[in-house]
Design a protein around this ligand. Structure first.
Ligand SMILES: *Cc1c(COP(=O)(O)O)cnc(C)c1O
Length: 402
């Protein structure tokens, strides 16, 4: 058994840590020091100029942060990785590293709300042309790629209707067009999907979500070939969106249980999706693991599991959501996802809060759409919780004579 062929769950526990362990400790230290001492002026110079391994200043590198980067890098099968203070910093720094005035970027309409804001608000200010295609319409993306582009930016599954894009097919076309192919892999996690294996150039994560898994630390990371990661690292070290060592430690510790969590989360997500599918007050259910999902076949082809994210539209829109969600016992009603606790949130207050109702409608998000991030609780309890909440909703709907 070599290091390379060990399975991903084992890698999640062990990978990336050895180099920074000290004093025989079994756990990675949180190095809070902002700077590093050098008695030898020549050694200091060698480290500062990158000729020798080591750390100089916390905005550039840090041992705890490095262990986190190394672990993600190994899980994604990448040559290099660099980390950020948040997922949005990973996304924005990656885009600003490569895009110049006059460049073109091709993406899809329903990326994460913050990403969509970069595309619609900030990039146009820099005279960067953004072509946003209907999510799931591969032909539309191919047509835009043929016009030439610098970056093809994908996110799959998407937030919150969990639409799937064929990474292999799009990466091939993107490369033909000379584009750098970037994939936001936050929803799938490296346990379920490895975009680099499917032909992408860069894979990025909001580590705040599934990687950390405990909703107690913000972070972001991007992985890929050294020649692409180096300029992104340089952009970040100068512009300053550095990951904090305490957060890096929390994310690193969370990642040790990534595989266990994702397995339970997707088991719960499927059970919830199947329950909602047969519930009469539910209008639509979106989960790539359901055969009824429009992209189920692509999901089956490129994902090892279907993930912990799903969404549904309840009959009666926001009025029904206002009754249903507060009556759930084992749920946070919150804007995050990927945590060990099951989390519910309407798209209008979570992923797409930055958008107007018209903008949400344009990307196919009804006002009553609820996103669920399945937690690691016992499946039967989550189903029972939904049953009792829907029973209350039915009672109240009858009372108001609807
Ligand atoms: C949350 C999220 C982001 C942004 O990450 P932050 O850590 O909140 O900045 C980006 N992409 C996806 C898919 C997300 O869910």
């Amino acid at each position: 058994m070599t290091k390379e062929n060990v399975n991903i769950g084992t890698k999640a526990v062990w990978a990336g840590e050895k180099e920074v362990l000290v004093h025989g400790a079994t756990q990675v230290p949180v190095v809070v020091s902002v700077a590093y001492n050098y008695d030898d002026m020549d050694e200091w110079y060698e480290v500062a100029t990158g000729k020798k391994k080591g750390h100089i200043y916390g905005r550039n590198t840090n041992p705890t942060v490095q262990a986190f980067e190394d672990k993600v890098k190994i899980l994604e099968g990448a040559e290099a990785a660099t980390s950020f203070s948040t997922g949005m910093a990973a996304i924005s720094n990656t885009l600003y590293t490569f895009l110049r005035p006059g460049d073109r970027i091709v993406s899809i309409k329903d990326t994460y709300g913050g990403t969509n804001k970069i595309f619609t608000e900030f990039l146009p200010q820099l005279n960067i042309e953004v072509a946003l295609c209907e999510t799931g319409n591969h032909e539309a993306i191919e047509k835009e790629l043929e016009k030439g582009c610098k970056i093809l930016y994908l996110e799959t599954p998407t937030n919150p209707t969990v639409k799937i894009t064929d990474i292999e097919r799009m990466a091939r076309k993107g490369k033909e067009a000379g584009a750098i192919v970037v994939v936001d892999n936050t929803f799938a996690t490296p346990i379920n999907q490895n975009p680099l294996e499917l032909g992408a150039d860069l894979v990025l994560h909001s580590a705040t979500k599934f990687l950390g898994g405990h909703a107690d630390a913000l972070g972001g990371v991007v992985c890929g070939a050294k020649e692409l990661i180096e300029p992104i690292y340089h952009y970040r070290e100068i512009n300053g969106a550095t990951l904090d060592p305490w957060a890096a430690y929390q994310l690193l510790r969370g990642m040790k249980t990534l595989k266990l969590r994702v397995e339970q989360q997707q088991k719960n997500a499927l059970a919830i999706a199947q329950f909602l599918e047969q519930e009469e007050l539910v209008e639509a259910v979106y989960y790539p693991g359901l055969e009824s999902h429009i992209n189920h076949d692509i999901a089956k082809k490129q994902m090892k599991g279907f993930g912990g994210m799903l969404s549904f539209a309840v009959k009666g829109g926001m009025d029904a959501v206002r009754i249903l969600l507060p009556n759930l016992q084992y749920a946070n009603r919150a804007a995050n996802l990927g945590a060990v606790e099951t989390t519910y949130g309407p798209a209008r207050t979570t992923s797409h809060v930055e958008c107007t109702p018209e903008e949400r409608a344009a990307v196919g998000i009804p006002e009553g759409l609820v996103r669920i991030s399945a937690g690691i609780e016992d499946t039967a309890d989550l189903i029972q919780d939904l049953q009792q909440a829907f029973a209350i909703l039915k009672e109240q709907t009858v009372l108001v004579g609807k």
